[in-house]
Design a protein around this ligand. Structure first.
Ligand code: BES
Ligand code: ZN
Length: 618
């Protein structure tokens, strides 16, 4: 049986919910059955309350082994407990301490294998003894040379969207929450951290105990193991990193304490106790991950001047949108990410100023335009249809930027004060719950739009949520600071020497806009002139360097290739690698792409490898 939530939808005049694949005919008129198609667990009818994890991290075998014990209740007298697993060996299981049979149902594409364990009405504890496989998609095992320090191995997990099941047999859907405790055994020199209360020093035993007493969904299960140090920022915030990175990280993260306070002033208390972040080795496949109590992030945000900290604002914001109020299924992913981008920009605006954040909105709009041009129409609705797909396929700029712009449109129409009060109430009233798109639209109508038909027509919600592309009423900011950048670019293209252009007060945003709108390819003379004046090939800012290397590939500007090679050898962030490899392929530098990829493939995360395989052609 698939997971089904019964959700009451009150009669809403907002729009016709066009995407009713989940409506079941035997339901009453106002009831929509919400299926999470990406879990095979039956944790909707068996209550899964707490996980006790006892695992050992073996760097030699690149394997996690151990036992996951689930505290359950079985009020509906189910005969089996069904859990998600992926590429895992299950050795045995016990039910209330007694050896039990178990059944693996065979692999289903994208979803992995359903594990079934017989249970009784009075069953309280189900323990599963298991080993992870070598295709565990959540795990990246780094050899010492792939770390910054080069002395010790490193392991980190990335569980979102549905990869927790590759390192813990679990009910792996965003709508199922549980608390957890863990005992993690690691090599003695190393420290272990989780999305839980964390140690701040390495101990001598190699055994770490964790507690997470706030219920979370499986996609927020996280573990990092390595040679790790901690530095405090203020009484509730701090940063972890490898020893060679920790001082730089501490400098970059200076304002994080203030950032948490800024977020609280906007949308209510931070409810997770401590807020720490760990700066991971460069192979981390994404920018950041909002693991509760401990954001995971890429070192490519360490620019030396705190200019890329909006990524931390983003992960912090998820502690309201996502971790507190969670998308019910991955089809509702924009409720996690669109809200978070909106919230991130509000934090950044409060900590910088409007002229700065206007640029982020415009850069986001440009990303959205490019994404819409690239995607099939159906994949550009806010409400996704990921049936039969890996939820990672929904990981485009649509839920992020279209989602954020939709909220901004509402703000623009009702006014900031009213919208902020609405959002604060929304977070309060849905704390530790899940929500579907349809529930949100109902809540929006009941609490903000209140049937105001003029307003509702003006917003045209249907076009945003159940329609393609960028709706005609989409807000577009014209950043003042980009006007000067546009003139600078035009002047350069008309022959003005870069040395005569005033770029002194430019932030990362101005540089990105300057470069993005350049014709492609530039001539070698133009590339040389830019490089001589601005040292772009050796830029320590990963966003700027990445875009520059794309321009270099397009123009076949060989002077940048050595630096680009080093960048590609270290960095595993998909967002940076994909455009670079794509540009090589599109400009007929297949041999270059293939030979660079062959050298560095092993440095990339399994998921990054999957996406680059598709670009380069295995
Ligand atoms: N939660 C996401 C990362 C994610 C989403 C991983 C879906 C796997 C599946 C995280 O908060 C995120 O959005 N990261 C962005 C940061 C950016 C938007 C500031 C990233 O990694 O690029
Ligand atoms: Zn996010």
């Amino acid at each position: 049986m698939k997971r089904i939530f019964l959700v009451c939808i009150s009669a809403v005049g907002l729009c016709s919910c066009g995407n009713n694949a989940t409506t079941q005919s035997n339901q009453t008129k106002d009831t929509v059955a919400v299926k999470d198609l990406h879990t095979q667990s039956n944790a909707d009818s068996v209550v899964v309350k707490h996980l006790d994890l006892d695992i050992k991290v073996d760097f030699e075998k690149k394997q996690i082994t151990g036992c996951a014990t689930w505290d359950i209740e079985n009020p509906h007298n189910q005969e089996v407990l069904k859990l998600d697993t992926y590429n895992m060996t299950i050795d045995s299981a016990t039910v209330d301490g007694i050896n039990s049979s178990l059944l693996m149902k065979g692999e289903v594409p994208h979803l992995g294998e359903e594990l079934q364990i017989p249970i009784l009405p009075q069953t309280k504890k189900v323990a599963i003894y298991y080993k992870t496989g070598n295709k565990a998609r959540a795990l990246q095992w780094l050899d010492p040379q792939q770390t910054n320090g080069k002395k010790y191995p490193f392991l980190y997990t990335q569980s979102e969207s549905i990869y927790a099941r590759s390192w813990i047999p679990c009910p792996d859907g965003p709508g199922i929450r549980f608390t957890y405790s863990a005992r993690v055994t690691v090599p003695k020199e190393l420290m272990a951290l989780m999305s839980a209360d964390n140690p701040q020093t390495t101990n001598d035993s190699g055994i770490y105990h964790f507690n997470m007493n706030i219920p979370i969904p499986a996609y927020l299960m996280a573990l990092a193991v390595g040679d790790i140090r901690f530095r405090s920022i203020d009484e509730r915030t701090g940063v972890y990193a490898e020893p060679t990175m920790i001082d730089k990280a501490r400098y970059e993260f200076e304002d994080v304490g203030k950032m948490v306070k800024t977020a609280e002033a906007l949308y209510g208390p931070y409810r997770w106790g401590r807020y720490d972040a760990i700066v991971l080795p460069p192979g981390f496949p994404i920018g950041g991950m909002e693991n509760p109590k401990l954001t995971f992030c890429t070192p490519t945000i360490i620019a030396g001047d705190r200019s890329l900290m909006n990524l931390i604002a983003h992960e912090l914001a998820h502690n309201w949108s996502g971790n507190l109020v969670t998308n019910a299924t991955w089809d509702d992913f924009w409720l996690n990410e669109g809200f978070t981008v909106y919230f991130e920009r509000r934090i950044t605006e409060a900590m910088t100023d409007k002229s700065y954040v206007d640029m982020l909105w415009e850069l986001g709009y440009q990303d959205l335009e490019a994404e819409v041009a690239d995607q099939k129409e159906r994949d550009t609705w806010l409400k996704l249809d990921l049936k039969g797909h890996d939820p990672d396929d929904g990981l485009t700029d649509i839920p992020y930027e279209k989602g954020a712009l939709f909220l901004r449109l509402i703000e623009d129409n009702v006014g900031r004060e009213k919208f902020d009060a609405f959002l604060k109430k929304y977070f309060d009233e849905h704390a530790f719950k899940t929500i579907t798109t349809e529930q949100f639209l109902t809540y929006l109508n009941d609490n903000l739009l209140k049937g105001d038909t003029t307003l509702i027509n003006k917003l045209n919600i249907k076009a945003w949520v159940y329609g393609p592309g960028i709706p005609a009423n989409c807000p577009r900011v014209q950043p003042e600071r980009f006007k000067q950048v546009d003139s600078a670019r035009t002047a350069f293209l008309n022959g003005t020497s870069p040395k005569d252009i005033n770029t002194k007060n430019w932030s990362t945003n101005e540089w990105l806009h300057f470069m993005r709108k350049m014709p492609k390819p530039l001539t070698l003379e133009q590339m040389k002139a830019l490089d001589a004046a601005y040292h772009l090939t050796t830029s320590g800012n990963s966003e700027i360097a990445d875009l520059w290397y794309v321009m270099a590939v397009a123009a076949d500007y060989k002077e940048a290739y050595a630096a680009m090679d080093i960048f590609l050898s270290r960095v595993g962030r998909r967002k940076f690698l994909e455009p670079l490899y794509k540009e090589m392929m599109q400009t007929h530098k297949e041999a270059m792409a293939t030979s660079i990829y062959a050298k560095y493939k092993q440095n990339y995360h399994p998921l990054t490898q999957e996406s680059i395989d598709k670009i380069v052609g295995k």
